[in-house]
Design a protein around this ligand. Structure first.
Ligand code: ARG
Length: 571
C-alpha cells in the first residue's frame, strides 16, 4: 500500500501535467497533513514553492493548478487558501478503505535506497566493568533504530563493539592472581573484577613494580601468551554472560560482538597507510594526525611512542574492516555526548583516507536519577538489573491495584512488560540530545506521555474487542468505515500518518518522533471512544467502530514494537 501522501501527490502530479505542461525544473509536489481540519485533511504549498519558476503570484498559480483537477477516487475537493495554499479534502470512502486494508497490505517503502547493510554499533560496554546508564541508553536507542530500519526494509547489522582490548587487562590479570575472592567471583563476577581492579589502583600508587608487572602482562596478552589469553577470554565470557541477562530481559539481540580486540591485527596496517599518505606524522616519537585549522579539531594520537594503539586507531580499523567485509549502506554509532570529539576526529581521518562511506554519530544526553533513587549508590553506576527489578516491582503494585482479580502469573508477566517498557519509553520519548531526569512516578504513570499509558490504551481496546467478540471476528470481511463523528475521521487520518512518522524517525535517528506519534494516536483514540459509543450500536456502526478500534490497536502494537516494547491484552 502506498503512503497516503504519495497517493495524493500522484493525483497532483497529473494536475501539474495538465496545467503546466512543458514547464521545466518544477519542484516536487509536497503533501503535508494539516494541523487544523478547517484547512482540510492535507495541504500543499506547491504554488509558493514554484512561483519563481512558473512566474506570477502564487494564488494565480494555485488557481491554474486546480483547473487541472479531475474526478478521481482519492480527492473529494480542493480549496485555495491564504497566499496560495491548496487545501485537500479526501473522499471518505477512500479513507475508509485504507483503514480496512492497512493491516493486510504492507506499506510500500520501495522508494528508499535500501541497498547494502546498515551497521549499527551500540551498547558496547567495557569488559570487566558494569554497564553504566550511558550503555543502557545506547542499548535502548540503538535497538530502536535497528527496528525502525528493519521495518523500512533495510538490512541491518547490530554490532556490539565491546571494549575488550584496553589497558585494563594487564591490571586485571595481576589483580586476579593476587587478590581474587573466589566465592564473590562466582556470585557476582563483574563486581569482583571491579573490586580487584580498584585494589590494583590503590596498591600500585606507590609501587612502580606492580605497574611494570601489569604492563608486562598486557604485552604478553597482546603477543598471544596462552595463559593470559585464557584469562582474558574468561573475563569476556563472565562479562558477556552478565550483560546478556540484561539484553535478554530487554529483548535485545546482536548480530556480531566484534570488540576492539577484533581489530588488533588490522591496526598496524592502518598506521602504515596513514603514514604513507602523510596523514599521520611523527611528533615526539608518537604518530599524530593534525587537522586543518578551520575544522577546529584537536590533533588525534593514533600510535603512542611505545607502539601502543589507541581508541581512535581501533575505530579507524573498524571502518576499514566494515568497508571491506560488508556492502555498507551506512554506519551508525550510538554513544553518549561525551564522545562527540572522538567521532568527529576519526570520521575526519577516514575521510582523509578517501573512504567514502556515510557515517552518523548518534549521540545522546546524560540521564540522571532524581534524588532518592538509588541514593545509596554514587553517580550513575547502578546495577541495571536492580533498575529493571524496581521497575517491575512498582508496575506490579499498580497492576494489583487496577486489576486485582488477575492470576499471579498473569500479573507477573504484565509487570515485567510494563516495567521494562516504561524504562525504555522514558528513554526513547525524550529528544535524545537533552539531558533526562529519571523519576519513577513519572515514567510509571498511566497518564500522559508514558509507556504504561500506551500499553493501557492497547489493553483497553483488546477488552472492547473481546466484548464485541462475535462482531470482531469478521471485521475484515464485513466492516466498512462510516464517518459520523469528527473524532472518527481525525483518528483515521492520524493512523495513515504512521509510515510518515517512522520515515521521519529514521532520517533524524529520533525514536521520539514515534513516541510522539503514538501518544497522539492514543489521545485521539480516547477522544473517539468518549464521543463514539461502540458496543450498543446497530451492526453497521458497530462494525465500523470496532474496525477503527482494531486498527488503532494494531498500529499501537506495531509502533511500540519499533521501540522494542511489548503489549499485553489485559492490564
Ligand atoms: N566501549 C565504549 C565506551 O564504553 C563505546 C564504544 C562505542 N563504539 C565505537 N565504535 N567507538 O565508551
Amino acid at each position: 500500500m502506498l503512503l497516503i501522501e504519495k497517493e495524493i501527490a500522484g493525483i497532483f502530479n497529473k494536475m501539474v501535467e495538465n496545467s503546466f505542461e512543458g514547464v521545466e525544473g518544477l519542484k516536487e509536489v509536497d503533501i503535508q497533513p494539516t494541523a487544523n481540519d478547517k484547512f482540510g485533511d492535507f495541504q500543499t504549498n506547491f504554488a509558493m514553492m514554484n512561483s519563481k519558476i512558473i512566474g506570477g503570484n502564487p494564488r494565480a498559480i494555485a488557481a491554474k493548478l486546480v483547473e487541472g483537477f479531475f474526478e478521481n477516487e482519492i480527492i473529494e475537493k480542493l480549496e485555495i487558501a491564504g497566499p496560495g495554499f491548496i487545501n485537500i479534502y479526501l473522499k471518505e470512502e477512500y479513507l475508509g478503505k485504507r483503514i480496512n486494508t492497512m493491516t493486510t497490505e504492507k506499506y510500500d517503502f520501495s522508494f528508499l535506497d535500501t541497498h547494502g547493510d546498515v551497521i549499527i554499533d551500540y551498547s558496547s560496554p567495557n569488559i570487566a566493568k558494569r554497564m553504566h546508564i550511558g550503555h543502557l541508553r545506547s542499548t535502548i536507542i540503538g535497538d530502536s533504530i535497528k527496528r525502525i530500519y528493519n521495518h523500512l526494509g533495510y538490512n541491518t547489522v547490530a554490532d556490539n563493539h565491546i571494549g575488550d582490548w584496553g589497558t585494563q587487562f594487564g591490571k586485571l590479570i595481576i589483580g586476579y592472581r593476587n587478590w581474587l575472592n573466589k566465592d564473590a567471583y562466582k556470585e557476582t563476577p563483574i563486581e569482583e573484577l571491579e573490586r580487584v581492579y580498584v585494589k590494583f589502583a590503590v596498591e600500585s600508587e606507590d609501587n612502580e613494580e606492580l605497574n611494570d608487572q601489569a604492563r608486562l602482562e598486557l604485552k604478553k596478552l597482546h603477543e598471544g601468551d596462552e595463559e593470559n589469553h585464557r584469562l582474558w577470554k574468561e573475563f569476556i565470557d563472565v562479562s558477556l554472560n552478565e550483560y546478556n541477562n540484561i539484553y535478554n530481559r530487554l529483548d535485545i539481540e546482536f548480530d556480531t560482538y566484534f570488540g576492539e580486540s577484533h581489530y588488533h591485527d588490522i591496526m598496524p596496517g592502518v598506521i602504515e597507510e596513514l603514514k604513507e599518505k602523510k596523514i599521520a606524522v611523527e611528533s615526539e616519537g608518537a604518530q599524530v594526525v593534525f587537522f586543518p585549522e578551520e575544522t577546529k579539531l584537536n590533533p588525534c594520537l593514533v600510535q603512542k611512542g611505545d607502539g601502543a594503539f589507541l581508541y581512535a586507531t581501533s575505530d579507524i580499523a573498524t571502518v576499514k574492516f566494515r568497508k571491506e567485509n560488508y556492502d555498507v549502506n551506512k554506519l551508525i554509532y550510538v554513544t553518549d555526548e561525551r564522545q562527540q570529539d572522538h567521532f568527529k576526529q576519526f570520521f575526519a581521518i577516514t575521510e582523509m583516507m578517501g573512504w567514502d562511506i556515510e557515517k552518523q554519530h548518534i549521540w545522546f544526553g546524560i540521564m540522571r536519577f532524581a534524588d532518592g533513587i538509588f541514593s545509596s549508590r554514587k553517580g550513575n553506576v547502578i546495577k541495571l538489573e536492580e533498575l529493571l527489578d524496581e521497575a517491575k516491582r512498582r508496575a506490579l503494585e499498580v497492576v494489583e491495584e487496577k486489576n486485582p482479580t488477575l492470576s499471579a502469573e498473569e500479573k507477573d508477566v504484565i509487570a515485567e512488560v510494563v516495567g521494562t517498557g516504561a524504562v525504555k519509553y522514558a528513554d526513547l520519548s525524550q529528544n535524545r540530545q537533552s539531558a533526562i531526569i529519571f523519576e519513577w512516578d513519572k515514567i510509571l504513570s498511566f497518564e500522559g506521555n508514558t509507556g504504561p499509558y500506551l500499553q493501557y490504551t492497547y489493553a483497553r481496546i483488546q477488552s472492547i474487542l473481546r466484548k464485541g467478540a462475535e462482531a470482531s471476528k469478521n471485521l475484515d470481511e464485513n466492516a466498512g468505515v462510516k464517518f459520523i463523528e469528527k473524532a472518527e475521521k481525525a483518528l483515521a487520518l492520524h493512523m495513515n500518518q504512521f509510515p510518515a512518522a517512522v520515515l521521519k524517525a529514521s532520517t533524524t535517528y529520533k525514536p521520539n518522533l514515534i513516541t510522539d506519534y503514538l501518544y497522539e494516536l492514543a489521545k485521539k483514540f480516547n477522544t473517539f471512544y468518549n464521543a463514539c459509543p461502540i458496543l450498543n450500536q446497530e451492526d453497521e456502526i458497530l462494525y465500523s467502530r470496532l474496525l477503527i478500534a482494531d486498527r488503532t490497536a494494531k498500529t499501537l502494537k506495531e509502533g511500540l514494537g519499533l521501540l522494542g516494547m511489548k503489549t499485553v491484552d489485559r492490564m
